[in-house]
Design a protein around this ligand. Structure first.
Ligand code: NAG
Ligand code: NAG
Length: 464
């Protein structure tokens, strides 16, 4: 009797345990990732553990490690993040601190630490409910002067496309068949190459207990490959299609539904950094809706390692805050690029890849505090709460999601206060509202309320 009860209990526990329910998937699904906020890290640039303080050449290794990230998880958690995306982890050609020029897919880059240290990092993250996304590359490997014997497992010339270099970035054939910056281009039409890439990726996820992947250079590989890969690697994949066109992105989202939201990124530059009309934000949001893509599966961002930091394009803090408010209170999965919260303003690569230790990880920085407040506001919103436009004109955009109202302007800090009467909102007459950013209180009257952006700073209102 005791044995029978015990057996029943075990069977019940197994079926009730989420790890067993998800037996057909790896890591976490896109649906699960929708509730996350991602912090993007270049491992080499985040924190060192050797105590040295040498001058850092941004074109080479600067000394950051997995253990360095692990030591800073409280900082990341305090910022309101619950996932990290780290740069590629596998062995690379010399000086390839960024990780996008692999030599051995089955070795961990020793500059960052050992395989065990990567496992330790993931485990420490999971203990703090931080998910881990690793960057992977299927398009190319590192350039070893055409000596393919140095590449594992793609150690023969036959595994690559014939040598040509992408020069015309509008020619899709060239993008897919030729080399990006002379990086040997894997023949992803070759079934052996395909299977190896899928097998390696599954090994990477299961060995290191990863929660998802960021997928590099998606538009440089034929969609047929991605159809195969998405089935072979059942986890959340966030693809990089470096292009502003919504219809072009849609072509890839039909194959791999998680993508970086480049169309929104270019719109944020247009309306904030270039101070163009806020109607452009309305059109991008509307056009994305009508495209049929699941916007909530996309990763939205303001800065990243491939572009000048936002603050480099426009040094106004309230402009940066406005752009961050749009992604942090929007429908996509927000991504905060390390250092933006410390006011980093680096220009083109590699200047946008500054070492984080210069900042002292200052949790009192007003940008840190702003992002943290936005993240706490996002926590009040349900994943399925739609973004509802509430007010738009050339210099103001107001929207709500669930019980949260946000207002932003492209006027910046020097144009004084920007006020609009908001008559369409999620509140009721008599409600008292609290601005999570400034701490101001306002009452909702019969004609709504006045939303005042002081010196162009965003407002995020919730009912008290
Ligand atoms: C590290 O180097 C920076 C820049 O040279 C310097 O400002 C800082 O004081 C140094 N820190 C330590 C602990 O030596
Ligand atoms: C695109 O590139 C391919 C390969 O280099 C070339 O054969 C083709 O003519 C190009 N197409 C156009 C329209 O330029």
């Amino acid at each position: 009797m005791i044995t029978a009860t015990f057996v029943l209990f075990v069977v019940f526990s197994i079926t009730a345990h989420p790890e067993f329910v998800e037996i057909n998937g790896l890591g976490h699904s896109g649906e699960e990732w929708k509730s996350r906020i991602i912090y993007q890290i270049i491992t080499d640039r985040f924190d060192r553990t050797d105590g040295r303080n040498a001058t850092c050449d941004l074109r080479n290794y600067c000394g950051g490690t997995f253990k360095g990230i692990q030591n800073r998880l409280d900082y990341i958690k305090n910022l309101g993040m619950n996932a990290i995306w780290i740069s590629p982890v596998v062995a690379n050609i010399p000086n390839s601190y960024h990780g996008y020029a692999a030599t051995d897919l089955y070795s961990i880059n020793s500059h960052f630490g050992s395989a065990q240290e990567l496992k330790n990092l993931v485990k420490a993250c999971h203990e703090k409910d931080i998910w881990v996304m690793v960057d992977v590359v299927a398009n190319h490997v590192g350039n070893t002067n055409e000596d393919f014997s140095k590449i594992n497992p793609f150690n023969k010339e036959e595994y690559y496309h014939k040598k040509c270099i992408v020069t015309d970035f509008t020619n899709q054939t060239e993008l897919e068949q030729c080399r990006l910056y002379n990086l040997p281009d894997l023949d992803t039409e070759n079934p052996w190459v395909r299977n190896q890439l899928a097998e390696w990726t599954r090994w990477l996820i299961t060995t290191f207990d990863l929660d998802g992947l960021r997928v590099d250079t998606v538009r440089h590989v034929h969609k047929d490959f991605w159809r195969f890969y998405v089935e072979a690697v059942p986890t959340y994949l966030m693809g990089e299609v470096f292009d502003e066109r919504i219809d072009y992105l849609k072509g890839y989202a039909e194959v791999m539904p998680g993508q970086l939201h480049y169309p929104l990124y270019y719109t944020l530059i247009d309306v904030f950094a270039r101070r163009n009309s806020m109607y452009a934000l309305r059109s991008t949001l509307d056009n994305m809706k009508s495209s049929g893509m699941d916007v909530a599966l996309l990763g939205s961002f303001v800065s990243n390692h491939d572009n000048k930091r936002f603050l480099n394009m426009d040094g106004d803090w309230n402009i940066l805050k406005s752009a961050y408010a749009v992604i942090l209170l929007g429908e996509s999965i927000p991504i905060v690029y390390y250092g933006d919260e410390q006011g980093y303003a680096g220009g083109d690569d590699p200047n946008n890849r500054e070492p984080m230790w210069g900042s002292g990880w200052n949790e009192a920085h007003h940008l840190f505090s702003f992002i943290k407040k936005c993240a706490s506001a996002r926590a009040k919103i349900k994943v399925n709460d739609q973004l509802i436009e509430r007010y738009v004109d050339d210099s103001f955009f107001g929207w709500s999601r669930g019980c949260v109202f946000c207002g932003v302007t492209n006027k910046g800090s020097w144009a004084g206060d920007v006020s609009r009467r908001i008559t369409s909102h999620p509140f009721s007459e008599g409600d008292q509202l609290f601005d999570l950013i400034s701490g101001a209180r306002i009452a909702v009257g019969p004609d709504g309320f006045i939303c005042t952006l002081k010196s162009g700073c965003p407002v995020i209102l919730v009912k008290i």
